[in-house]
Ligand binder design. Sequence first.
Ligand code: PGA
Ligand code: ZN
Length: 426
Amino acid sequence: EISEILAREVLDSRGNPTVMVDVLLESGAQGSAMVPSGASTGSREALELRDQDPSRYRGKGCLKAIAHVQGVIRETLVGLPADEQSLIDETMCAIDGTENKGHLGANAILGVSMAVARAASMDHDLPLYRYIGGSLSRILPTPFMNVINGGAHADNNLDFQEFMIVPHGAESYGEALRMGSEVFWTLKKVLSDRGLTTLVGDEGGFAPSLASHSQALELLLEAIREAGYEPGQDVSLALDAAATEFFKNGVYTLSGENRTLTTASLIDYYEELISKYPIVSIEDGLSEDDWEGWVEMTRRIGGAVQLVGDDLFVTNTRYLVEGIERRAASAILVKLNQVGTVTETVDATTMALQNRMGAMISHRSGETEDTFIADLAVALGTGQIKTGSLSRGERLAKYNRLLQIEEELGDQAIYLGLENLRRKMN
Ligand code: PGA
Ligand code: ZN
């Protein structure tokens, strides 16, 4: 039974305020959680309530969201059972009363939702992944590590937002993490040997200015080889184009390469990249407003690579249903704060998996040291997670938590590499 709920402003990895919630139970158990925040957000995401008071935190304060937690949410939830997650989440949605959680704020609601799950897991004396997923939860996710940052996450000229390495050839998650680290450090040397900057972007990947996206992919291949791995066999590549960001007036403008592309010619471009490089997954290859294009892209290249919808689905079954019906995308990106409750996040993930789509659990570019998503990935058995590069503590916190889970599971732990993706591709 919930006995008290506290909330406060804390800072995220960009130094912006966010919501932290503590939930206390009658039994003495308690759980805390911190809410992440995106930069390249989808327009259909649940609303992140900011104070808009320019005299504090450049308008980004979260005092209103916190007042909602400590006011109406606290008043309503105190006395309810913490292990009735869907009741708790539905109750908050009902008080909010809007489609996009714009009244209470998705940051207020999600902070409570996550902290309630944690408190309940403590109360049941279970690790969070086991509390959410049950005793069958033992698949460690393949990490998608964003080692070159572009787009809205860096000051360089790369239009594609994320260039990821995928160490799927590992025997275990722990080995995959080591391979990722080795490639990351080799990439640093590859960049500095060329006089390129090794400063990092928001997600901890390097952020050099480069001549083209192909050059970024070439540098990754070089780093993989120099680290002693075989591209495509041990370590493959993945992209998040975050194409909503460069879609305007019906066309895609790659300013770094000085090119404007139609939907069809951007798909041609992906086809060319897939034929040249061992790319296994492309996220947001097209804009959230280009549904026709998504159907076409999935028809054309959905058999060769996983196509992940991030802005397209915003972790919401309402849009995912449409994707399943129209055969747009072959996987969903899963971000708790896009939809705003643990229950709805689990629902969207489950719907995707039950419909033979992939699901990749994801951080946001503005993160905290909260490791909830590491447990969530194991709980839901998605087999895929992206939580940044091999630097920046808020990214490593998740990777390190997964090491701990793998150790705890011992020989029960399963690492699938790419099997998950292959099973799902049409
Ligand atoms: P965001 O980026 O958190 O800034 O939205 C992550 C992503 O686009 O996948
Ligand atoms: Zn994305």
